[in-house]
Design a protein around this ligand. Structure first.
Ligand SMILES: C[S@@+](CC[C@H](N)C(=O)[O-])C[C@H]1O[C@@H](n2cnc3c(N)ncnc32)[C@H](O)[C@@H]1O
Length: 310
């Protein structure tokens, strides 16, 4: 389940390479017609071949580090959206969080590298370091094979932690998890659309861990669906892309049968959680367009938290 919204679709523009790709027989048609007779590796090779021109024109030399559409479990399966989302967050990280090429950063719930790609050529190979962790095995394995092989300062680790949507087999609860990184070890910690899929106690433990792992003065950039008078009003008017109408403890969810499909928090609970962990909210909350707002920075609500020196 992806909670990134339809507005990435606006990045989809028809260009020469799209037309070329459209003339090829689409992967889905080949899979439907030939799926019974063709072996899976052959189908996957075909998919990669048929996507190659579009990937090449969009990503240039980095195209081999972009997964094919069927592997994009972590958001909209569209190359233009993949590129736009990575670039949007790289810009916010640099301009609003002060990410420098020499920094050490942690990307929790990194998915299949959607936010990683533009950072590959930004972080300094000698000084900068990126750690990506996630509970979704195939995404981490893909990143390890494709990205770390070429960019050795980019590391990916699989976490064995339960999530009802992304890793229902695990018995390890996120509320008990300790990340395998030392105290005060990161300049920046990013969580893009992760706390939109975790419940309160899990989120609170991760926030404590984030405060522990950040260097004093380091920053976290985290996205949320925050419930306040404005977002609740817009949901009631039917303007929101997600209708958080079922209460689950202090959270609200869109589907009581699959609560982690999309989770919203009361704004005051999150603000209090930051205060209790000495994470100062910098520049106020940057509200998102998810609930139908006309003015926004991104799709989800964003909070930059700076670890105070104390
Ligand atoms: C919607 S995707 C976002 C992926 C990526 N951060 C991005 O913005 O493109 C949510 C990701 O969070 C991961 N995730 C969910 N629960 C998690 C948890 N408790 N700990 C770490 N990652 C988690 C999922 O496996 C998935 O890759």
């Amino acid at each position: 389940m992806f909670t990134g919204g339809q507005n990435y679709a606006k990045y989809y523009i028809m260009n020469e390479t799209n037309v070329l790709s459209a003339l090829r027989v689409p992967y889905r048609a080949v899979r439907t017609l030939g799926g019974r007779y063709l072996k899976r590796p052959l189908l996957e090779t075909y998919a990669d071949w048929s996507d190659k021109p579009l990937k090449g024109s969009l990503f240039g030399k980095l195209a081999p580090l972009v997964p094919s559409l069927r592997l994009m479990h972590d958001g909209i399966a569209d190359y233009h959206a993949f590129k736009a989302n990575g670039e949007e967050f790289a810009r916010i990280l640099k301009e609003k969080c002060g990410l420098l090429p020499s920094h050490r950063m942690l990307d929790i719930g990194c998915g299949i590298g959607r936010k990683t790609l533009p950072l590959l050529t930004y972080l300094d190979p000698a000084q900068g370091r990126y750690e990506g962790v996630d509970i979704f095995k195939s995404g981490i394995e893909w990143c390890q094979k494709r990205i770390t092989l070429r960019f050795s300062n980019f590391h990916f680790q699989l976490m064995d932690v339960y999530n009802g949507v992304y890793n229902p087999e695990s018995i390890v609860k996120a509320r008990d998890y300790r990340f395998p990184f030392a105290d005060n070890s990161f300049d920046i910690i990013l969580l893009g659309s992760v706390f939109t899929h975790t419940l309160m106690e899990d989120t609170l433990n991760y926030l404590s861990e984030i405060a522990r792992m950040l260097k004093p003065g380091g920053r976290s950039l985290i996205s949320y669906f925050l419930s306040n008078a404005e977002s609740e009003g817009l949901i009631a008017q039917g303007k929101s892309e997600h209708a958080f109408i079922y209460s689950l403890g202090p959270c609200k969810v869109t589907d009581p049968n699959s609560p982690e499909a999309a989770v919203s928090y009361r704004e005051e609970d999150i603000v209090a959680a930051y205060r209790e962990r000495a994470l100062e909210i910098e520049g106020g909350i940057q509200y998102g367009s998810w609930c139908g707002r006309k003015q926004f920075l991104s799709f989800q609500d964003l909070i930059i938290g700076r670890k105070l020196n104390r």
